[in-house]
Design a protein around this ligand. Structure first.
Ligand code: NAD
Length: 253
């Protein structure tokens, strides 16, 4: 059953071939948006878009590495030419590769910042340039509860702290142009990224969850849909945790 909430809108979701981004793409498509499934994995992006089309949604797959200015600008130009300007940008693409301050390499640090933080900047800049003249737009950044601090993940947590901070500055600058910018901070969500943790780490993380379970990608997608909608027009610069209450506790994950 498809609904008209986002009829006529174009949404670009980065990292949408998998996990949270995929759930967000499916949710926006199910509510009427044309969706661009942006991902560094072109084949997976095409398959995800095709799965959305199979259930009646409008979606296209697009290869984009969000850490590359050239690829990001080319992706926005392509979307605008094919579908129209982006109304809703969901900056979701992210990686988690560092494991402990003593071992993190320069390459891991730089790649983490490049994808998680610079990627948000590059996509938001490209979106803002086309949204400002139209005086409308929604930017939703997927940070992480880990920005509060996460044992063994100094690069990942730092990059997400940058996303939270960028959200606030972008919201202030873009508010007068009718564009809202908000941030979601998921806790542990059942995706390939989390399932790649060693079993003993996953078990420890689960024990620390107030609800005792992993969240589902759809939990984040529901919150993203609200922030993307007209109902959230007065909400900007905000950080919403989707973490089952974990942000209420001070102890590290
Ligand atoms: P995932 O690994 O399942 O999916 C991430 C997707 O991003 C993949 O399809 C991957 O190909 C794509 N990607 C990676 N690098 C890219 C790049 N440079 N350009 C474009 N696409 C790229 O991960 P997920 O768990 O769904 O995470 C999605 C987002 O949510 C990430 O930003 C992550 O940090 C954040 N997050 C996840 C959790 C969790 O528990 N899963 C918790 C908090 C925050």
């Amino acid at each position: 059953m498809f609904h008209a909430e986002f009829k006529g809108k174009v949404s670009l979701v980065t990292g949408a071939a998998s996990g949270i981004g995929n759930a967000v793409a499916r949710e926006l498509a199910a509510h009427g948006s044309a969706v661009v499934v942006g991902d560094i994995d072109a084949g997976a992006a095409d398959r995800a878009a095709s799965a959305i089309r199979e259930v009646g949604g409008q979606a296209v797959g697009l290869r984009v590495d969000v850490s590359s200015r050239g690829e990001v600008e080319a992706a926005f130009a392509r979307v605008e030419a094919d579908l129209g300007p982006v109304d809703v940008l969901v900056n979701n693409a992210g990686i988690s590769i560092d494991r402990g301050v003593r071992g993190v390499t320069d390459e891991e640090w730089q790649r983490t910042i490049a994808v998680n933080q610079t990627g948000v900047f590059l996509c938001s800049q490209a979106a803002a340039r086309s949204m400002i003249p139209r005086k409308t737009g929604r930017i939703i950044n997927i940070a992480s509860r880990a920005w509060l601090g996460w044992f063994g993940q100094v690069a990942y947590a730092s990059s997400k702290g940058g996303v939270v901070s960028a959200t606030r500055s972008l919201a202030i600058e873009l508010a007068r142009h009718g564009i809202t910018v908000n941030c979601l901070a998921p806790g542990l969500i059942d995706t390939p990224l989390v399932r790649s943790e060693p079993p003993e780490v996953l078990e420890r993380l689960l024990r620390a969850q107030p609800m005792g379970t992993l969240g589902e990608p759809e939990d984040v997608a529901n919150a993203a849909r609200f922030l993307a909608s007209d109902r959230a027009r007065a909400v900007t610069g905000q950080l919403l945790y989707v973490c089952g209450g974990k942000s209420l506790y001070a102890q590290p994950a």
